[in-house]
Write a protein that binds this ligand. Structure first.
Ligand code: GLN
Ligand code: ZN
Length: 741
């Protein structure tokens, strides 16, 4: 093999997989129809990759929901509560739950925006190889072969699988199950060899995070066992999303695997690590030089030079992608509205396959590779302004607290919400009608204003203290701003799987960011004009604006973050000048961009916090800055929350019984805290007593004037009846606990 890719999008060029699975779930079609769509999608990918000229085509990269879930099914890691179900019903029950049986947990796949279904293993888990279609790598290999494509099946490696698994009972260590799991992998490999597979790819991205000596031993044990099998395909172990640990690479380099994949895009340190272990004199290196995580065209000349520098270190070199291409949109050719200078810089999955093939040819025939890609547009004014900004910080905390108390006159245990109110079908329809040109801009504005007026009236009636406009005009908290900022472009068809049948279309941040005009002021001031109570302006923070977009790679992320922050700073100044006294800057993605290794974390938090402060520090003492994050385990970033220096921070806390309040305080956070007193992720209406208990618990760690009362996230996914009932109870709870003070 000379060229390959680690994986390809599974959703179909026209999102066929989404339609097929959702039709199946809704009972509109049967299992056979879903299976047919799956087979068609797989066949289309295999033939496309082969016809594009790749020397080795991966298989088993398809999934009806998620490849980690597929692996759980493959090795029969089925928790007992799903055992009464079978086949697809069981599969989707594990992914999505059924009446009475909740789904398995879902979480982010490393530092990507893809979410996988977390395996749950415990003392009762007995791995064994599933049969038939559930033995998916075998079935897919044969299916591809029958269509004339000899593929390399891709499996999640046994170590990564267990390191990502969750213990079914406290104290259990999933890694203790390694030997039993490797037995099943051995069987898979033997059967694949029996079917004629020459290679198999075992994905071990867990090796790019910090790993203990014990985990490295486990790696050695697993691959020694698989390597010793007498009848097996050749083994390619691929790592991606960063630089592989030297200990792990030493084990793989000295062990019985035939090829190792390294990511030379997210892991620039891989060249050094490779040299430090003495190279791979008897092995193949799959050099991931084409970026599978981002949308930029590859600088083929640079990539060719990288490959050339590797040649002396390895026995054989294969050109590949840095990781699976499932993280990028499928085909740039489908886009019709991108500006030529932006489009010129882009490559989606299909184009990246062509790049891999072109690079392979350039190396083989020693012909020059195509020259460099232009870099992003420069906005000199933005750069000059940023260069002139010195230290940014807000005034003294106590002075701010006093000024805000004066300006806002809020009670102890002030009540508020996180921003969005239910996005009703009418709201969605108005937005769609506007996009399609079926209604005028004026008609759309009127529809939104009517909605805002309704939301304000409702909040006054409920008796909330700090109101919101409800965000009806926002399709998505990142896209909405990206559409209004210079330097961002939107795609028409650039869908990427986020989880299951949920796909997102991340905007592309391609050039210097600037704000041509105010983005939210009209809506916020309209809302404020309807009430005497403070209305909270609502913005998305710089880190989240980057995390949920494709970002330029021709300048440091920190620089891009500062540009976004500057645009937000201007927006905040305009909101303040227009009479908005409370402004919330959401940063739900702050933890997500945290580097996988300890080493990079301090630097990341430094620029992330700096960007937030740049955005929020231009206001008067009396203007209150809020932030919101929707997770309850802060882990490594808890210290950074204080450094953001927001006046009020709202977080998810309902499911962890307010523990976070004390944790935040212990980590040095001294400002206002709004621990979510109820979980908005279910339609359940919480009783007032429940929320009162939460508030009393929170009051053990924070004084009443700094405790805020709010739900744990925005309400856009909820319907009005439960929203109204829940908020009514929330206000009642706050009043009752206030009266006890
Ligand atoms: N203000 C946003 C909302 O209420 C926050 C969303 C989020 O935290 N993800 O919808
Ligand atoms: Zn949230």
């Amino acid at each position: 093999m000379n060229t390959t890719i680690l994986g390809y999008p599974r959703i179909g060029a026209h999102r066929e997989l989404k339609a097929a699975t959702e039709d199946y779930w809704a009972g509109r079609t049967d299992a056979a129809a879903l299976a047919r769509t799956g087979a068609d999608l797989r066949a289309a990918v295999w033939t496309r990759l082969r016809d594009a000229g790749l020397d080795a085509v991966p298989s088993n990269t398809f999934s009806f929901y998620d490849h980690m879930l597929d692996t759980s099914v493959l090795v029969d890691a089925i928790p007992d509560r799903y055992r009464h179900l079978t086949g697809l019903d069981r599969y989707f029950a594990m992914a999505r739950g059924v009446q009475d049986v909740p789904p398995l947990e879902m979480t982010k796949w490393f530092d990507t925006n893809y979410h996988y279904i977390v395996p749950e293993v415990g003392p009762g888990t007995r791995f064994r190889l599933a049969e038939g279609a559930a033995a998916k790598p075998l079935a897919e290999y044969r299916e591809a072969k029958a269509r004339g494509v000899d593929t390399r099946p891709v499996l999640v490696g046994p170590l990564t699988y267990l390191l990502l698994a969750k213990p079914a009972v406290d104290g259990f260590r999933p890694l203790d199950l390694l030997d039993g799991l490797v037995d099943v992998y051995a069987e898979v490999l033997e059967r694949l060899a029996g079917s004629g597979a020459e290679w198999v790819q075992l994905d071990e991205p867990a090796l790019v995070a910090d790993r203990s000596a014990e985990e490295i031993d486990a790696l050695a044990r697993a691959y020694a066992r698989l390597g010793r099998l007498t009848s097996r395909p050749r083994l390619m172990v691929s790592t991606y999303f960063g630089t592989v640990g030297a200990g792990a690479l030493r084990v793989l380099a000295g062990g019985r695997v035939e090829a190792i994949g390294l990511d030379f895009v997210a892991g620039p340190g891989n060249l050094d690590v490779l040299a430090s272990v003495g190279g791979l004199p008897r092995k193949t290196l799959v050099a991931g030089v084409v970026d599978g995580r981002n949308v930029w065209r590859t600088d083929l000349r640079h990539a060719k030079a990288t490959c050339a520098s590797l040649l002396g270190l390895v026995d054989r070199l294969v050109v590949g992608t840095s990781c699976s291409l499932m993280h990028v949109p499928i085909d740039l050719d489908a886009e019709t509205t991108l500006a030529p200078d932006v489009r010129n810089r882009l490559a989606f999955a299909r184009q990246k396959v062509d790049e891999v093939v072109a690079l392979g040819r350039a190396l083989r025939e020693d012909v020059p590779a195509e020259a460099t890609v232009p870099s992003g547009g420069v906005d000199q004014a933005v750069r000059e302004r940023l260069g002139a900004i010195g230290e940014v910080r807000r005034g003294d905390r106590a002075a701010r607290f006093a000024a805000q108390k004066d300006a806002l006159g809020l009670p102890d245990l002030a009540t508020t919400t996180i921003g969005s109110f239910p996005q009703t079908p009418e709201i969605r329809r108005a937005r769609a009608d506007r996009r399609a040109g079926r209604i005028t801009g004026d008609a759309y504005t009127k529809a939104m204003k009517d909605e805002i007026a309704h939301v304000i009236a409702l909040q006054e009636d409920l008796g909330l203290d700090v109101l919101v406009h409800g965000e009806p005009e926002r399709n998505d908290m990142v896209q909405y701003f990206a559409e209004q900022l210079d330097g961002y472009a939107a795609t028409e068809h650039g869908w990427v799987q986020s989880y299951g049948s949920r796909y997102v279309r991340p905007p592309i941040l391609h050039s210097d960011v600037a704000r041509p005009r105010p983005m939210t002021v009209e809506w916020a001031t309209y809302a404020q004009s309807l009430t005497d109570r403070p209305v909270k302006g609502m913005l998305t923070g710089p880190v989240t604006m980057l995390a949920w977009s494709f970002v330029r790679d021709d300048q440091p992320l920190a620089d891009t973050a500062r540009q976004v922050a500057l645009a937000l700073r201007d927006e905040i100044a305009d909101l303040e000048a227009a009479g908005i006294r409370v402004i919330q800057v959401d940063e739900p993605a702050l933890r997500e961009l945290l580097p996988l290794r300890d080493a990079g974390r301090a630097a990341y938090l430094d620029w992330a916090v700096g960007a937030f402060r740049l955005a929020t520090s231009g206001v008067r003492d009396a203007t209150q800055i809020h932030t919101h994050m929707c997770y309850s385990e802060f882990g490594e970033i808890i210290g950074a929350i204080g450094a953001l220096d927001a006046d009020v921070t709202s977080v998810e806390a309902a499911r962890s019984h307010m523990e976070l309040v004390a944790d935040l305080r212990a980590a040095g956070y001294e400002n206002g805290i709004g621990p979510g007193v109820y979980d908005i992720h279910s339609p359940r209406v919480p009783a007032a007593e429940e929320m009162e208990d939460n508030l009393r618990r929170a009051l053990r760690a924070v004084e009443p004037a700094r405790l805020w009362v709010n739900p744990d996230c925005g309400l856009k996914t909820r319907a009005y009846p439960e929203t109204e009932a829940s908020l009514r109870n929330l206000v009642a709870a706050a009043r009752r606990v206030r009266a006890e003070l």
